[in-house]
Design a protein around this ligand. Structure first.
Ligand code: PEP
Length: 245
């Protein structure tokens, strides 16, 4: 099971202290039952890497520029730079970036350049509430997957995070049966159209220690992408403990 902490635009140097308890948790992970990945803001990537480098916890970035080589792009950071500070993952296609204008074509470029630079991808997909109400979820997911993965090599380096946009930061999660159907739909699509037999599909959207008991029942979920609750190490640890320990 994967547990990915997306810290969004939160955290400073003091936040490093909150990792101590999570490091302790990682030491009781005897049979590699779980994998912990921290995605702090760019400013903390190097510090997180150094703090976590002798543990099993890995580090990822939350986005990147699409260019695989360095260039004159003021304010941007590419996958080569992310890899250079020891991070192994990058989140791509998060709805908070899609809503800022990130297109499927741009997402596809980011995925390709990040894979070329040796990063693993946490590829976010998900529909809005109005799309869901119009029963467009499958169409939207198909579109995002097809365009995002177009001509991508090494698909085994991609993890998928199904994040219904109406669930992110709202405290609302899908009902169990609907979520199960959505995850099955994504896995079937990846198997049938991309020959990905064992794709890892995580769920993200308001995961917390209270609703994890419901989410845990869906045993085809391969892990969780946790936003708000991951900034509180007690809550993050609780989510892990209530599912795998
Ligand atoms: C996210 O940002 O990916 C996310 C799932 O956020 P939250 O857990 O806060 O809904």
């Amino acid at each position: 099971m994967y547990y990915i902490a997306n810290w969004k635009m939160f955290g400073d140097k003091k936040s490093l202290n909150s990792l101590n308890k999570v490091i302790k948790l990682s030491k009781i992970n005897k049979n590699n039952k779980f994998k912990l990945i921290y995605c702090p803001p760019y400013t903390l990537l190097d510090l997180f890497y150094k703090k976590l480098k002798n543990t099993s916890i890995e580090v990822g970035a939350q986005n990147c520029h699409e260019n695989e080589i360095y260039g004159a792009y003021t304010g941007s950071i590419n996958s080569k730079m992310i890899k250079n500070v020891g991070a192994k993952y990058v989140i791509i296609g998060h709805s908070e970036n899609r809503s800022d204008g990130e297109s499927d074509i741009l997402i596809n470029k980011k995925i390709k350049s990040s894979i070329k630079n040796g990063l693993k991808i946490i590829f976010c997909i998900g529909e809005t509430l109005s799309q869901r109400k119009k029963k467009l979820t499958n169409k939207i997911l198909t579109n995002q997957i097809t365009k995002g993965l177009s001509n991508v090599k090494k698909l085994s380096n991609v993890l998928f995070a199904y994040e219904p946009i109406w669930s992110i930061g709202t405290g609302v999660i899908p009902n169990k049966d609907d979520l199960e159907k959505d995850i099955i739909f994504i896995k079937n699509k990846l198997r049938n159209n991309f020959k990905l037999k064992n794709a890892k599909v995580l769920y993200g959207g308001s995961v917390n220690p209270k609703n994890i008991a419901i989410l845990k029942k869906i045993n085809i979920i391969d892990g969780f992408l946790v936003g708000g609750a991951s900034q509180d190490s007690k809550k993050f640890i609780d989510i892990v403990k209530k599912t795998v320990i």
